[in-house]
Ligand binder design. Structure first.
Ligand SMILES: *Cc1c(COP(=O)(O)O)cnc(C)c1O
Length: 385
């Protein structure tokens, strides 16, 4: 059987180093806000190319804290509009709605799967104050055109770098391209902890200080509370494990890229469409999405691969605007249009996103998967009827 993601093998690869680092924390008696956290923050900031890194409990919190800090600092007001790709994982949208900001869902380019800059420009109104740029599937989504639009319309550029740790963009890396970036260290991410973890990176000292306070009950000095904050910390055990795994991230990403290159070179079934690669958009392949022509075809290929012992997943089967949690959200007129679209033969506002959700299939890819496994998967798919 070929697993979608073999976390046991991923940890086993560096188990001695991880066990030693975690053991030191266990032995130290100091479990929060200590040396491991400070050291990891410094290492990760240097790696990403940002001046500041603040560890926190998970990736969703990292994004929530960024928007909350911009509200506290007066850069954003409740009700302000934030552009976000419609085909993202729901956490990007939750971070916006959690802060009483208004998500404006923008369709992706179906070839690259990243936010479509032409549609992004069309969605900008006088109330648009920020862009949440998601480097989806591990691919850099930042372009000069997006940077220019943000500049021209004075938009805060918040990156969601949960899926693209280590991805390069010129001299910089994703996570250092905008005003602030949220990172997730969920175990399955390219840089994954042994539990939950997250971080914010930024070059803005006031923002970093505000986020550090907000994540610590709103406190800057012990027992003095400037904000009604929350508790969101990266614990010492996770920070110690992450420090070890960060040292191997580039090697792990290179392996993902080798698997992806194999897939690109050898997958040739006529019903498949692979995302278009562009020389100036690096990809660290958090996921390897392929697209079929119809939902029935996708479901049939998935069932066939499951029967052959190959695990696959769908990222993501239901887009945020069609989720129950947002069914009655005042900003969500996308859902109503989607519901009437079929009967009225009128295209849904987010038809690209809906079609991608219906036809996407993610193939196994990881730093521990062998080329032989990729070969087996390719053979199976290319011979599928
Ligand atoms: C995983 C993920 C998050 C959330 O991270 P958690 O650590 O699981 O809270 C946010 N955005 C995207 C795009 C993700 O893939």
């Amino acid at each position: 059987m070929i697993k979608f993601l073999d976390l046991q093998a991923i940890t086993a690869k560096y188990q001695d180093e991880i066990s030693e680092a975690v053991g030191r924390v266990v032995q130290s008696g100091w479990y929060l806000q200590g040396k491991a956290n400070a050291d990891f923050e410094a290492d990760y900031a240097r790696f990403i190319g940002s001046d500041y890194c603040v560890g926190c409990a998970n990736g969703l919190d990292a994004l929530i804290l960024i928007f909350r800090a911009y509200l506290e600092l007066g850069y954003l007001q409740p009700g302000d509009e934030v552009l976000v790709p419609a085909n993202t994982f729901i956490a990007s949208v939750l971070a916006i709605t959690e802060n009483n900001l208004k998500p404006v869902l923008v369709e992706p380019d179906p070839e690259t799967l990243q936010i479509d800059e032409t549609r992004m420009e069309a969605a900008i109104t006088p109330r648009t104050k920020a862009l949440c740029l998601v480097h989806l599937y591990g691919r850099n989504a930042y372009t000069q055109a997006i940077a220019a639009l943000c500049e021209q319309h004075h938009l805060l550029l918040v990156e969601d770098n949960a899926q693209a740790h280590g991805c390069r963009c010129g001299e910089l890396r994703t996570g250092a391209l905008g005003h602030a970036s949220g990172h997730s260290f969920y175990p399955g991410k390219n840089l994954g902890a042994l539990g939950d973890g997250g971080a914010v990176t930024t070059n803005d000292k006031a923002l970093a200080d505000t986020i550090r306070a907000l994540a610590n009950y709103g406190s800057q000095a012990k027992y003095v509370f400037k904000y009604a904050g929350r508790n969101s910390r990266l614990d010492e055990i996770q920070a110690a494990a992450l420090q070890v795994k960060l040292r191997h991230l580039e090697e792990d990403n290179a392996h993902r890229q080798a698997i992806a290159a194999y897939y690109y070179e050898h997958l040739n079934h006529p019903c498949l469409r692979l995302p278009r690669r562009l020389p100036d958009a690096e990809n660290v392949y958090h996921l390897f999405p392929i697209f079929l022509q119809t939902k029935a075809q996708r479901d049939s290929l998935q069932a066939y691969l499951t029967a052959q012992g190959v695990q696959t997943l769908i990222h993501y089967p239901i887009p945020p605007h069609l989720q129950e949690c947002y069914a009655k959200a005042p900003w969500n007129d996308y859902a109503a249009v989607a519901a009437t679209a079929h009967s009225a033969a009128q295209p849904s506002q987010l038809s690209i996103t809906e079609h991608l959700a219906d036809t996407e299939l993610s193939l196994p890819i990881s730093p521990v998967m062998s080329i032989q496994d990729a070969q087996i998967i390719v053979e199976l798919i290319n011979h599928w009827h």
